[in-house]
Design a protein around this ligand. Sequence first.
Ligand code: 13P
Ligand code: SF4
Length: 306
Amino acid sequence: MRDLFDEIAELKRQKQAVILAHYYQEPDIQDVADFVGDSLELSRKAATTDAKIIVFAGVHFMAETAKILNPSKKVVLPDLKAGCSLASSCPPDLFARFKAKHPGAAVVSYINCSAEIKALSDYICTSSNAEKIVRAIPADRPVIFAPDRNLGAYLAKKIGRELILWNGSCIVHEVFSEKKLVQLKTRHPEAPIIAHPECEAHVLRHAEFIGSTSGLLKFTQTSPATKFIVVTESGILHQMRKASPAKEFIPAPPEANCACNDCPFMKLNTLEKIRDCLRDETPELAMGEELRARALVPLERMLAIS
Ligand code: 13P
Ligand code: SF4
């Protein structure tokens, strides 16, 4: 394993590459990365890096976002098949028809969507700035929120504004069992439940804190509590444990007896694939300039607002 770490470090130096990793990556990948963050932080890093090659240890829409924001860089990803159920739940042709039914509405799309959906949007948001972005739109303008119905419903309730929701969701954040969560809380009453807003409303209503992966991590660092029930993909627990070794983190239980709170797409990436994509500079994220330019507009609006 050490050899692999050394090999990756050496390749990174030779190629002037940077490894960006999302919190849902396996612990070894997070440890080998130059930067680990949530979707917004990773977008900012991708936009400003001066490395020649960006290795994106995350999923396809994240690598696409890096390319849209920083087209002169070569963006490689460890596994081209690392997609996202939420992004796939919003096919561009169907979304274009949905949008046409609501002329005049502003389209806010969660960053977990394809470049084609970004190009059909007025604003992009992430889980850490969604509220700010929606609030920036005049109150009398209807808003379409896509593709995550759970984040959309959470925002609509929080802001007190009707949103026209696309019916998409994340398979990982919909596996949590409310019944098991309540039972767990009964056994650990002192542990706050903290959850990602991609979870369903019946789970979110038990959460003391709701936030992006970075938001959840920060909460565990600043809260006086010493034990937390964490309702999101299990990868984030690695950084929580590293940041607060004396605290205890309990992953919320999925409905079935499975490891389905592991994102199957995020977990396609391995250290070996990172080494290979650095060495071979492939698979590379390619995108036509016309699509990239259109997808850039709402992303830039997001970065300007947040
Ligand atoms: P954030 O890291 O922005 O909270 O997003 C979570 C996610 O679903 C990534 O797939
Ligand atoms: Fe997509 Fe859900 Fe995996 Fe995030 S956790 S990449 S939203 S499938």
